[in-house]
Design a protein around this ligand. Sequence first.
Ligand code: TMP
Length: 212
Amino acid sequence: MSQGVFITVEGGEGAGKSTQLALLENYLTELGIDLLRTREPGGVPSAEIVRELLIHGDGDRWSPLTETLLHFAARHEHVSRLIRPAIAEGKWVLCDRFADSTTAYQGYAQDIDHDVISNLYEIAVGDIKPNLTIILDLPVEIGLERARARKSGGMRYESMGIEFHQRLREGFLQIADQEAERCVVIDGNQPVDKISKDIIVLIDQRFNPRRA
Ligand code: TMP
């Protein structure tokens, strides 16, 4: 049985990841692709419990290192119980955020050393790595406005200062620069349909799902 495809979508607050993932899921499902859509932090019941700890409460509820460890604890549950088996079965996995969020939020925005993050990746995730990461980029002010208007879920990260969000936007762009093969930046400040078309063209070029 052939290995599955692992695609992650990343971006700051209000970038439109969930909308785009739902549209991509529809497209691939109509082509008959066996897929799983999931998210981080969370994705399995144990990791969803950790998610609750992370997205609610004051901004300084956790030290940045504790926060990093919690994200990797949740990720280990998610990868070992859901993502790894799904990929081994040949499924496509579409994931709303993955380890690049830790590099951007806890690394670039909260100053956790990048070596700490890559060591934890090795321990908690091992050899699983996204085949493609789509980074939806848009100005911080626009994203935050959208996220606040939506008022869904936890507001903990949204409540952090504007500089925090600027650093994490820069962080995502740096990750994309450093891993240009894996990461593609798409302008998230465009109509939903246009972004969705850009993503579908990209997926068709990279993976040819019509033949999968
Ligand atoms: P969401 O709002 O996209 O569902 O993500 C929940 C929050 O968790 C979001 O504000 C970003 C944050 N986050 C991190 O800080 N580090 C991580 O590793 C992940 C996966 C999410």
